[in-house]
Design a protein around this ligand. Structure first.
Ligand SMILES: *[C@@H]1O[C@H](CO)[C@@H](O)[C@H](O)[C@H]1NC(C)=O
Ligand SMILES: *[C@@H]1O[C@H](CO)[C@@H](O)[C@H](O)[C@H]1NC(C)=O
Ligand SMILES: *[C@@H]1O[C@H](CO)[C@@H](O)[C@H](O)[C@H]1NC(C)=O
Ligand SMILES: *[C@@H]1O[C@H](CO)[C@@H](O)[C@H](O)[C@H]1NC(C)=O
Ligand SMILES: *[C@@H]1O[C@H](CO)[C@@H](O)[C@H](O)[C@H]1NC(C)=O
Length: 454
């Protein structure tokens, strides 16, 4: 009956696409601010689709030439959005070394409180990155902190502020830590809230119940009933919205699902429930997307390192196909929530792997169309409802930059990240402009995205 006339088909389509959790009255934003419209991004009333870059190391650079050169390289490649770290915390015992090496740091923990470094080795470097981004037509996704230990991430907050703690999830629940997090978030948001160069605020890089150095507590995951991450996302996104009515807010999460019937895979002759779909990591992707102040959601993709145990004969696992399935599941979740999603990090080791597998992933992530479960005909009723590709974003981890000059081209930034003969840090996933087969996959995609942004 629903399909008896063209009119009723149209009406049904309207209902299906309107079944959204997003508010019906959209925020109006100042000129130059990115906003959302259904599952797409919009900039000044036009669709905004992009290829973006990840560069956590950019605010660690000390010379303006290198900062400009990095933005120029990205802008020449067609990059429209940069994601970087808006955090760098150290403690009192690291201060002398940081000053000596020129390490960028924004906060110092002195055993009883954090003090801000708004100076020339601190937030002025971040100011410069955000200002220079604008000069090259690039908008910035700024993450407030890190699930991992790197760059003064959450584990260090735990070690420094609540040394008695033994689990990672206290980062999300301890009032003292939450207050310190919010105090820093307030500083950053107040500093850049009027800047059109900010694309979005990101609450945490890759939130999980566990981390590098601490396990999860027993009551953190969705299955435990506690939903610590979901509650934290709600609290923090509401907090950020109270400070800034205009900029987009996102999670920074890896995109783990909490499904009633999680996907499974074969391991050692057994069918096992998959970590990425069963809520064990702590995330509930669909739950996050439904929060009123989460404007879009992010997901990451590293099957090569997530499924090392599956590389054995007899496994039906293929890295390329797994990626396509992961992309589909997120696209469907975005469609259901009627919000955009961004493939915010993905990477593979080895030039051949990158060259062979990225084209399929990129095309799938950018071109897969609406696929409403309720109304599969939507895309085939060509005349009524032409099935246009959606305007989304992808951000490989990571565009590299050659020809950096600072410190003789060999400055150890922190941890093991080094600028090597002028090449930006390479964790195995980095690709450079001299690796044209891979580089061109993304510059071509960027051109297509630019055509869609009109
Ligand atoms: C400072 O942090 C480092 C880890 O980054 C740690 O090894 C050291 O013990 C900390 N010092 C103090 C005084 O907390
Ligand atoms: C840490 O900094 C705070 C605020 O500046 C100050 O009141 C406190 O005395 C300092 N504590 C230590 C141990 O240096
Ligand atoms: C592997 O097999 C399982 C069980 O039949 C199936 O659910 C899963 O989708 C397959 N994975 C891939 C990547 O083909
Ligand atoms: C390329 O992918 C294969 C299959 O996952 C893996 O075994 C190999 O180590 C990868 N190459 C590099 C250099 O990472
Ligand atoms: C490209 O640059 C990187 C970084 O300097 C280097 O490792 C690589 O050998 C260069 N050439 C090719 C073809 O990858």
């Amino acid at each position: 009956m629903l399909f008896s006339t063209l009119l009723s088909a149209l009406a049904f389509t309207a209902v299906a696409s309107g079944a959204a959790n997003s508010p019906t009255v959209k925020r109006s934003v100042p000129p130059g601010f990115v906003t959302t419209k259904g599952t797409q991004f919009e900039l000044d009333g036009k669709p905004f689709a992009f290829v973006g870059a990840n560069s956590y190391w950019l605010p660690l650079l000390v010379t303006q030439n290198d900062v400009e050169h990095t933005f120029k390289t990205m802008s020449d490649a067609g990059v429209k959005v940069l994601r970087t770290w808006g955090f760098n915390a150290i403690n009192g015992s690291e201060l002398a070394g940081a000053k000596e090496s020129g390490l960028t740091y924004y906060q110092v923990w002195n055993s009883s409180s954090f003090s801000l470094n708004a100076g020339s080795q601190g937030l002025e470097r971040l100011d410069n990155v955000i200002e220079t981004a604008g000069k090259y037509g690039i908008k910035v996704i700024l993450a407030f902190s890190n699930n991992w230990v790197g760059y003064g991430g959450s584990d260090l907050f735990i070690q420094w502020m609540t040394p008695e703690s033994t689990t990672h999830d206290v980062f999300f629940t301890n009032p003292k830590i939450v207050a310190a997090y919010q105090s820093y978030v307030r500083t950053i948001v107040e500093r850049y809230k009027n800047s059109p160069n900010i694309f979005a605020w990101e609450m945490l890089n890759e939130a999980r119940c566990s981390s590098d150095t601490f396990p999860s507590g027993p009551s953190c995951t969705p299955a435990s009933g506690a939903q610590s991450l979901l509650k934290w996302y709600k609290e923090q996104s509401d907090f950020v919205r109270s400070l800034d009515p205009h900029h987009l807010i996102t999670t920074g999460g890896e995109g783990h699902f909490f499904w009633t019937n999680p996907r499974t895979y074969w391991f050692d002759g057994q069918l096992v429930s998959d970590y990425n779909w069963n809520g064990q990591a702590g995330e509930d992707f669909d739950g996050n997307l439904a929060l009123p102040n989460i404007d879009f959601a992010t997901y990451h993709m590293y099957p090569q390192s997530w499924y090392t145990e599956l590389d054995f004969p007899g496994s039906n696992f293929s890295i390329a196909n797994w990626g396509l399935e992961w992309i589909d599941d997120h696209i469907n979740a975005g469609n259901k929530a009627n919000k955009p999603i961004v493939l915010e990090e993905f990477g593979l080791g080895g030039l051949d792997n990158k060259t062979q597998i990225y084209p399929g992933w990129v095309q799938h992530a950018l071109d897969t169309k609406h696929a409403y479960v309720l109304f599969p005909l939507r895309c085939s009723v060509i005349v009524l409802m032409p099935c246009l590709p959606l305007h989304r974003g992808i951000m490989p981890w990571q565009f590299g930059v050659l020809g950096l000059t600072e410190d003789g081209g060999n400055r150890i930034i922190k941890y093991a990240d080094a600028i090597n003969h002028g090449a930006s840090p390479n964790d195995g996933n980095t690709f450079y402009s001299n690796q044209t087969a891979v580089w061109n996959i993304f510059t071509r995609a960027a051109k297509i995205q630019a055509q869609r942004s009109r």
